[in-house]
Design a protein around this ligand. Structure first.
Ligand SMILES: [Zn+2]
Length: 194
């Protein structure tokens, strides 16, 4: 997992802990799914229909949850990747189609814990970028269709990080009418269109 840059305004701040939780969920579902499979096989050999039904339905539920967790991880990985591209972008709009031709690492990292899913991800940028935004992993950006071309509209970039009057940190500035939460003075030009 790539280290998230601290100033990146496009990535959800709690994504790292969210991803850690996802990986824990993943292991739990794999564990229960595996045990459930073994138990349903042994129930089947004992011709215990009820036990087999219970164990196999538990297993199926686990695999469904596993699938959903894998999807979430893929959206999160997408968010990390895209946030780096957005941060390095100088224009306020990026064509979704060009996201994968942008090479900040030299190439699109194909490393994912599910390689087949990653290949699908690469072919389906729009779905995964919008998914990452919907899930709140990618923030400060929206998808807009301009002249029929889906684009990511990058939000404003915070250009001041501390109050020029008292030095207090500027937190959660969303518009240019930011008022210092410490000294109460109005601070202009906190945000610029990137
Ligand atoms: Zn201040």
């Amino acid at each position: 997992m790539k280290e998230l840059s601290k100033e990146n305004i496009y990535i959800c701040k709690s994504l790292k802990s969210k991803m850690m939780f996802m990986f824990i969920q993943l292991q739990i579902y794999i564990g229960i799914g595996f045990i459930g499979t073994l138990l349903s096989i042994s129930a089947l050999t004992d011709a215990n229909v009820i036990a087999c039904a219970i164990f196999s339905s538990t297993t199926i539920i686990c695999f469904v949850l596993l699938y959903l967790t894998i999807k979430k991880i893929l959206y999160a990985e997408e968010a990390i990747y895209c946030s780096e591209i957005f941060e390095n972008e100088t224009k306020p709009f990026i064509d979704i189609g060009t996201i994968y031709s942008q090479s900040i690492y030299g190439f699109r990292p194909q490393k994912s814990f599910v390689i087949f899913e990653r290949k699908k991800t690469m072919q389906n940028t729009f779905k995964y970028v919008s998914g990452a935004i919907k899930k709140g992993y990618l923030i400060n950006c929206t998808i807009e269709i301009n002249n029929g071309i889906p684009q990511v509209a990058l939000a404003k970039k915070v250009v001041k990080d501390s109050c020029p009057y008292c030095g207090a940190p500027i937190i959660n500035a969303i518009n240019n009418n930011y008022r210092c939460s410490y000294c109460g003075k109005k601070i202009t030009n906190v945000i610029e269109r990137k």
